[in-house]
Ligand binder design. Structure first.
Ligand code: ADP
Ligand code: MG
Length: 321
């Protein structure tokens, strides 16, 4: 086993244009390592390329160029082994309406060459809470049940890596909680998890690592805690009565003169209080006409990064584009 569950190098995907639609460059050279054992959140607006990336990992979409290694196996060199190492819960509900959940799991296991003696359909049905529905036709299942069945199908061959594409988009809170409980439990059992989600709070709560992609390019990737620590940055903006020289700022505080005549003091919420900064400003003999704070949150940063504009008050986030 390698330290990275997944290694992606210079991954490119161009969808051929067909008929009236032009060719589309969906991935523009992605480099991404996903450490074994982590929960990685893949974030980005609609059309960013998340599903394309995930479907390439799953072997459902052919890459145009680049290298993908799953569990140490190069997709091009060891396609069978790399495929066996990954299970995917797709974004779309693509179930055969005439299969029962048990049959769907058995057929999937068969596709992956899992011998009958090693199948564990009952265990999976229990995990996804469908024991009662084991013999019901898929078309009679609710949307939530179908989603759970898709999760079950992704698990039949005991993959080391589980990929979930928007698992909680449009599902009710109960199902969402159930999915997350399952994901956590699987991760605690050692499974590496990659998921896409639109819910930033969810990503924040669930993911050890976060990667944000936009227009087919990776724009930031870090441990969630690091990202949040950076976003812990705040700015205190004062309007002085008159121009002035220097202020003896508390440690870690940076002072920037802005074009509009205000002075921004960027600081980390964990290390400094606005009060300490104001004390320093007053100690420098400056009269303050106006004062306000600027507080970025994950959503701000995400929007700023993905709209191509600079974040409002930061540099302070330390997130580079
Ligand atoms: P996301 O999952 O982040 O919303 P996708 O990977 O689905 O993004 O799509 C990325 C881009 O590629 C979009 O512009 C989308 O329209 C395009 N795309 C996705 N699938 C296809 C396809 N099969 N044929 C042509 N273009 C596609
Ligand atoms: Mg998608």
């Amino acid at each position: 086993m390698s330290e990275n569950a997944i290694e992606i190098r210079n991954l490119r995907k161009t969808y051929d244009g067909s008929g009236r639609s032009a060719a589309k460059e969906a991935l523009k050279g992605i480099d991404l390592d996903i450490p074994a054992g982590c929960i990685m959140g893949l974030l980005g607006p609609n059309g960013a390329g998340k599903s394309t990336l995930i479907n390439i990992l799953a072997g459902l979409v052919r890459k145009t160029a680049g290298q993908v290694k799953i569990w140490g196996f190069d997709q091009d060199v060891n396609p069978r082994q790399s495929r066996a190492a990954i299970g995917v819960m797709p974004q779309e509900l693509n179930l055969d309406p005439f299969f029962t959940p048990r049959a769907a799991l058995e057929v999937q296991a068969g596709l992956y060459g899992v011998p009958k003696s090693q199948r564990r359909s009952d265990e999976i049905l229990k995990l996804i809470g469908l024991e009662d529905k084991a013999e019901a036709y898929a078309r009679t299942l609710s949307g939530g049940m179908r989603r759970r069945l898709l999760l079950g199908k992704a698990l039949v061959h005991r993959p080391q890596v589980l990929v979930l594409d928007e698992p909680t988009a449009g599902v009710d809170i109960e199902l969402r909680n159930m999915l997350w409980r399952n994901v956590r439990r699987l991760n605690e059992g050692g499974m590496t998890i990659i998921l896409t989600t639109h819910y930033l709070e969810e990503a924040q709560a669930m993911c050890d690592e976060i990667a944000i992609i936009n227009h087919g390019a990776l724009i930031v990737r870090d441990r969630t805690e690091n990202l949040l620590a950076k976003m812990d940055a705040r700015a205190l903006v004062i309007t002085p009565d008159a121009p002035f020289g220097s202020v003896a700022c508390p440690d870690g505080v940076e002072m920037t003169a802005r074009a509009d005549g205000t002075i921004a003091f960027t600081y980390s919420r964990n290390h400094t209080t606005p009060g300490a900064i104001l004390d320093a400003v007053r100690a420098a003999g400056i009269t303050i006409r106006d004062v306000r704070t600027e507080e970025p949150d994950l959503e701000d940063v995400f929007l700023a990064l993905t709209s191509g504009k600079a974040p409002p008050s930061h540099d302070a986030t330390g997130v580079s584009t």
